[in-house]
Design a binder for this molecule. Structure first.
Ligand code: HEM
Length: 542
């Protein structure tokens, strides 16, 4: 304030008196607003039925900086001060957070009359995915679309994908310039690569080769990647906060959406004319589906669902793969265990490996533990939001202002669940912040308990419209969300990640020059900070 007043004093010297008054008012408005905001929070009568509000200086802006820089630390700090349920202000929005397994259950298990994902997300997703899909339509209709996608994610298709994914990853390591050391130098020399960049490329290559189909895979070599990059550039926290600004990234997003939509519509048209057909991909599956009222999916709906799947799977899988490789490069003992698991099950007398079947892939405990543990401490999505449609009482078992009272979260707030916090809760997880895949092999440990709660086959099952799923809303382990918006890409992601990791481990050894980088929360998906360089050396028989 002293510097500010000094600046104002200097400016006043050069102005007529009316101008001085105007300047004084203008520069002091923010200060007055801050003072009033602080006084309001300290002294004004507060409605006791509202959850506690996180103290903040600047109105409208609120806690945006602390939340945006490190949401997990922000949540855990607030939890200590205010308990499991609290509200914070973020750029004019009131966000009510409910933490812990019970908090997740409350929000993710909420009824559509009270909570809505589409009202929270559509302004971000519809310009990217396109009209008439996902959050641009009523929830019931979207649940039908999820059912269609599930139909395309069939076990038969998955069986066919194992070899396709293995080949893409293997070819990439053999041919991509990121792995050029092999081509020009001695076999034992160490090379270096940017692990996030490589995983992003491997993920889009393998997803397009399998789910997305032959035409998309071929398109990757002809400009599809640039269109994807422009579209992806419209999927950031900035676009979430301000859906439409006159900036280049918004114009590029809109142009890329049209281009990509036309690209998929063309594929559908050609397939309808019988000009091309891939038996095992998602487009083929969607072309066969009909809504309950008997109408088939329209071409642009198929196109927009395909874009949504591309966006939903790309960063989630590529960052999970990246974190996994970073950790196994850091933990040589785990890397060796992964490698020996491959040797034991698939090693051939000549030192090569055979392809696992889809069923065998699910019987590899080391690989499984490594992926589960990575998803536990690095779930790609740190905040799951819902718009509050109707005043919603908070169950007293979760949080209450007094013995008899109940908090009521008013319509117009946003709910925010963060399974990421429950997944490292020290009251549930032994040494919760540590990456320790071994915890998953303890049959009586906390990890298995949480896992059973999430997947329990004999437990409560609910059909939200896309087939029965285990409820799982009250587990402290929920990397794929829970309830009606639970991920349907989970099995595909496990298949894609599993084959990708085992192929990498079979072909190269990994080392980290430093330690595992910390998380960067400035993107929609939690990625590792730079530098993400990793060292590799080819295994002898490769
Ligand atoms: C929903 C995580 C991969 C498609 C979700 C949700 C989470 C999640 C947390 C819940 C979002 C919410 O409640 O608002 C992940 C992770 C992945 C992954 C960690 C990989 C490691 C995929 C893939 C696909 C996919 C590969 C597509 C093939 C979807 C769809 C939804 C969803 C369609 C439903 C959205 C809704 O109902 O609102 N995912 N996902 N995901 N995911 Fe995934």
């Amino acid at each position: 304030p002293e510097a500010w007043q000094g600046f104002v004093g200097e400016a006043q010297k050069y102005m007529p008196s009316s101008g001085r008054l105007a300047l004084l008012a203008f520069v002091n408005i923010p200060l007055i607003a801050i003072v009033l905001n602080v006084l309001r929070q300290l002294f004004l009568f507060r409605d006791k039925s509202l959850p506690p509000e996180v103290f903040h200086l600047v109105p409208y802006f609120g806690s945006a900086a602390s939340y945006g820089n490190d949401p997990i630390r922000f949540f855990t700090d607030c939890q200590k001060k205010y308990g499991n349920v609290f509200t914070f202000v973020m750029l004019g929005r009131k966000m009510t957070v409910a933490l812990g397994a019970k908090g997740n259950n409350f929000i993710l298990g909420g009824k559509t009359a009270n909570v809505s994902a589409e009202d929270a997300y559509t302004h971000l997703t519809t310009p990217v995915f396109g009209k008439d899909v996902v959050y641009d339509i009523p929830n019931e209709r979207f649940m039908e679309q999820k059912k269609f996608v599930k139909f395309g994610l069939s076990t038969d298709n998955f069986r066919a994908y194992v070899g396709l994914i293995e080949k893409e990853v293997s070819d990439f390591i053999d041919r991509d310039p990121a792995f050029r050391i092999y081509q020009i130098n001695d076999i034992n020399e160490w090379g270096a690569f940017d692990v996030l960049k490589v995983l992003q490329e491997m993920t889009i290559l393998t997803a397009s080769r399998t789910l997305q189909g032959q035409e998309v895979r071929e398109g990757l070599d002809k400009g599809f990647s640039d269109t994807f990059t422009d579209l992806d550039g419209g999927f950031t926290p900035l676009h979430f906060t301000f859906p439409n600004l006159p900036l280049a990234s918004y114009r590029k997003r809109d142009a890329a959406q049209k281009k990509m939509s036309n690209f998929y519509v063309d594929i559908v048209k050609k397939r309808r004319e019988g000009k091309s057909m891939t038996e095992t991909d998602m487009i083929t599956a969607l072309m066969e589906c009909k809504y309950r009222d008997g109408t088939p999916l329209r071409d642009h709906e198929i196109a927009h669902i395909m874009i949504a799947l591309l966006m939903a799977g790309q960063h989630t899988s590529s960052t999970t793969g990246t974190w996994t490789l970073l950790h196994i490069a850091d933990r040589q003992d785990v890397q060796e265990a992964l490698y020996q698991e491959q040797v034991k099950h698939f090693g051939q007398p000549d030192g090569s490996f055979r392809l696992p079947t889809y069923e065998e892939l699910k019987q590899l405990p080391v690989l499984d533990c490594v992926i589960r543990e990575t998803l536990r401490i690095h779930p790609p999505i740190h905040s799951i939001m819902r718009y509050v449609r109707a005043d919603t009482p908070v169950p007293p078992t979760l949080a209450a202002p007094s013995k008899d009272g109940t908090y009521v979260v008013p319509a117009g707030h946003y709910f925010l669940a963060s399974p990421a916090v429950a997944q490292i809760d020290p009251e549930v997880w032994r040494d919760g912040a540590k990456w320790d895949p071994g915890r998953w092999s303890d049959a009586d440990g906390e990890a298995q308990k949480a896992f059973k709660q999430y997947y329990d086959e004999s437990g409560e099952k609910i059909d939200y419209g896309f087939g029965a799923v285990s409820k799982g809303t009250d587990s402290p382990y929920q990397p794929f969300g829970a309830g009606r918006h639970r991920c349907i890409g989970e099995q595909f992601a496990y298949l894609q990640l599993g084959v990708l990791i085992l192929t990498v481990v079979r072909k190269i050894e990994l080392r980290l020059p430093g330690s595992v980088p910390g998380p960067n929360y400035h993107t929609m998906i939690t990625m590792p900070k730079d530098p993400r360089t990793m060292l590799y050396r080819r295994r002898r028989f490769d």
